[in-house]
Write a protein that binds this ligand. Structure first.
Ligand code: AMP
Length: 189
């Protein structure tokens, strides 16, 4: 089963993706995590991505699609993947579609975790406090930028997938367990 989890930054996609990894044996492919790992490892890609991420801008579609294609081809992904934080642009969604078609894979569900944006600021502040500010992009100023980027580049993917009959929405303001149950109900349908 292959799933896309959508949602504005701080909506709880990562938390729900990790739940699905445990309950369903799917592999979480988070482009944000991959980029942070590249920065940590000090690679050329990490060096290029760091400033872009700190500003809250998007890393180029080519780089992102290359990273995903490489991971999709690893055997661990054969059981299915949860795409978290990807695709973020129409070009990435088109690239993903082509990648799936070439590999004979099916995109089963696209789930939007919908949240109230005022609440996102509170969540991001909590995350910044809990992680000791280890993510340079976890602050109100960058969040405003990331939300603007989300609305401009990523929100158009909602009608894109709705048009394909794949989009379902869950209330991300509910508790983690309730959001998880709502997602489970969609996956069972
Ligand atoms: P995330 O952890 O998903 O919130 O991603 C953190 C940052 O990594 C984003 O603000 C972007 O700068 C970059 N990033 C992550 N995924 C993508 C993507 N699919 N396309 C472009 N940039 C991305």
């Amino acid at each position: 089963m292959n799933i896309i989890l959508f949602g504005a930054p701080g909506a709880g996609k990562g938390t729900q993706a990790k739940r699905l990894v445990e309950s369903r044996g799917l592999v979480q492919l988070s482009t944000g995590d991959m980029l942070r790992a590249a920065i940590e490892a000090g690679t050329e890609l990490g060096r290029q991505a760091k400033d872009i991420m700190d500003r809250g801008d998007l890393v180029s579609d080519d780089i992102i699609l290359g990273m995903i294609a490489e991971r999709m081809d690893s055997p661990e992904c054969a059981n299915g993947v949860i795409l978290d934080g990807f695709p973020r642009t129409v070009a990435q969604a088109d690239g993903l579609g082509a990648m799936f078609e070439a590999r004979g894979l099916t995109l089963n569900h696209v789930i939007e975790v919908q949240v109230d944006e005022a609440a996102l600021f509170a969540r991001i502040e909590t995350r910044a406090a809990e992680t000791g500010g280890s993510r340079a992009d976890d602050n109100a100023e960058t969040l405003r930028k990331r939300l603007a980027v989300y609305h401009e580049n990523t929100a158009p993917l909602l009608p894109y997938y709705d048009g394909k009959g794949l989009l379902r929405t869950v209330d991300g303001m509910a508790s983690i367990d309730e959001v998880g149950q709502a997602i489970d109900a969609i996956l069972a349908s």
